[in-house]
Unconditional design. Sequence first.
Length: 131
Amino acid sequence: MKSRPKIGETGELSVPTDMKHAVEFAGDGMPAVVSTPNIIQFLERTARHTLAPHLDADERSVGLEIDIKHLAPTPVGQTIHCTARVMAVDGTKISFQIEARDAQEVIVRGLHKRAVIKTESFTKRVNAKGG
């Protein structure tokens, strides 16, 4: 890493949603709401973008852990606003407090941990598995 993220450093991302983000069982009386896996992806992207300025050109960050509570539904079509705040830095492991909101309320809260990896060694590991 070219620089160490500071505790409290925050990244934000706003994502407009559409039907590709809906639960797969929408319809037949079930409203089209944004799925939990899609919100997790938005939150991971927010944390990844928060770390990006601290990485060397041959580094990326990958998700290690995620622990969330999905508190409220969001209708498809609303924008989801995500926040990732650095809570701890332990070598190459960075922990975040994460939150997602829609126009009305907090919809997800939780914790997320990422690891900084060297792309070359990561690629070798993946290729060794036949990737």
